[in-house]
Write a protein of this length. Structure first.
Lengths: 342, 124
């Protein structure tokens, strides 16, 4: 009789497991075009759809506020008034302060005042092209983050300067949205703003989010996989947005020192850290810094982990990612980077 | 008497197990056969296509783009934008990397479970 009870229990358990496969929590998803990219959002739980609707509205308004190309944005106002102070929102100040910190720490490898060069090259416009060396030389005179003054909620650029938040605004948006979603009780969501991924909580079943790393040498494939919860993963790479002129490829990440697309030897830099805004700025900074200085930055300041892929086929992974990252395929030879040096 | 009933129960249990195993197999096979692609323009779903059921290649004309639909794959054949990044991306066969034409706000997505929730990459 006991055995009989056991068998019935086992059968009931089996049925339960099978039926659990079809019982899923409320899921909502949307994708919108804003901030010069496509933004995909997925959220789970009660009120997920309403939360994403609010997120979309928030993204459109951030886009209006932060765009360097929209006439009425706060950034355009700062740029048009170069030479005098302009009062701006808290959101702009917070990003500028975060940006300036990365600028100082990277010795100017990351610089929001790179906008004169961006417009010269025409990235984001219909006609990107290689500018002449003398105009690049001229534009470089106006690229210097040290000449951005912040006083309370006012900003002043020196004359001739202009800024762009292109390398930090998406990360800021990801950070803001993740806080907004959490405050609405959403504990499971994943946002993707171009190359910026923000994982909120874990998957509905409690497991970690699986975030693939695109392979820079074969963009249709993946070079690795992160398993993350409550974490941002942001990648900078030149292989998705570029143009060709006279048989040469020019990617969109400019080196503020030379005025040309960065040729640091790194082809992909991924930053993993809780703060999506910092991750965004750091991915660009380390991409421009190149392998040695990027590793040095990580050792000096920490607070994040990174995967660097070099042109010559190496994948450098900081030691904090040992458990949450694994390589896919054998396109790159993997090296772990230690805190203590080698 | 008691021994017989136990045996019967074991047989019933085994059958149940077999049936459920078969069910899982069939369900996963169905999922593999289906390969649905969706074409969005400015966030609105314009087409939903079963790529598994394409016998002969055909094209779909959008206001600024032409999409080429093949068996198990889909690609952007033409775009009137200057960067041509979506055309250069070539064919996609999985959900890993949708085709995006940013200037014309077109997204072509394949709904196939790649086992991945998001991709971080060089897309700005």
């Amino acid at each position: 009789m006991k055995r009989c009870v056991f068998l019935v229990q086992a059968a009931a358990l089996l049925l339960l497991v099978l039926s659990a496969c079809s019982a899923k929590p409320e899921k909502a998803g949307t994708s919108i075009f804003a901030m010069d990219t496509i933004i995909t959002m997925e959220a789970y739980g009660e009120g997920a759809q309403e939360a994403l609707d609010e997120a979309a509205r928030r993204l459109y308004s951030l886009d209006d506020l932060l765009s360097a190309t929209k006439e009425d944005s706060e950034i355009s106002k700062i740029n048009k008034s170069a030479g005098s102070f302009v009062t701006v929102s808290d959101e702009v100040i917070r990003q500028l302060e975060a940006a300036l910190e990365v600028s100082r720490r990277s010795g100017g490898a990351f610089d929001v005042s790179v906008q004169p060069l961006v417009s010269l090259w025409g990235f984001g416009t219909e006609n990107p092209h290689v500018p002449g060396p003398e105009v690049i030389e001229e534009a470089l005179r106006y690229v210097d983050y040290r000449k951005i003054e912040i006083s309370g909620s006012s900003v002043r650029l020196s004359e001739g300067m202009s800024i762009t938040l292109g390398a930090i605004a998406k990360g800021y948006a990801a950070k803001e949205l993740s806080e907004m979603l959490k405050s609405r009780g959403i504990s499971s969501a994943i946002l993707s703003l171009g190359g910026n991924v923000q994982a909120i909580g874990s998957k509905p079943d409690g497991s970690k989010w699986r975030v693939a790393l695109q392979d820079p040498k074969n963009p249709a494939g993946t070079a690795g996989l992160f398993e993350l919860s409550d974490m941002a993963a942001v990648t900078s790479g030149g292989y998705e947005r570029y143009f060709e002129q006279d048989g040469k490829i020019y990617h969109h990440i400019l080196d503020p020192k030379t005025g040309y697309p960065s040729g640091s030897g790194l082809i992909s830099v991924t930053i993993v850290c809780r703060d999506g805004m910092t991750a965004d700025a750091l991915s660009t900074a380390l991409f421009v810094l190149g392998e040695d200085k990027a590793v040095e930055y990580w050792r000096d300041y920490g607070g994040f982990e990174a995967v660097l892929i070099t042109e010559d086929g190496r994948m450098l992974v900081t030691e904090g990612l040992r458990d949450s990252f694994r390589q896919n395929g054998e396109n790159y030879s993997l090296v772990y980077v230690q805190k203590g040096g080698d | 008497m008691r021994r017989v009933s136990n045996k019967a129960l074991i047989i019933i249990f085994a059958c149940l197990l077999l049936i459920s195993a078969a069910w899982i197999l069939v369900a996963s096979n169905i999922r593999q056969d289906e390969l649905t692609a969706e074409i969005y323009v400015d966030g609105k779903l314009m087409y939903r296509l079963d790529l598994g059921k394409v016998d002969e290649e055909y094209t779909i004309e959008l206001p600024h783009n032409t999409v080429l639909v093949g068996k198990g794959e889909i690609s952007m054949l033409r775009a009137d934008c200057p960067d041509q990044l979506c055309v250069r991306q070539g064919v996609i066969r999985s959900g890993l990397r949708p085709i995006i034409c940013l200037p014309n706000r077109v997204e072509i997505r394949i709904l196939k479970d790649s086992g991945v929730d998001a991709v971080t990459g060089g897309r700005p």
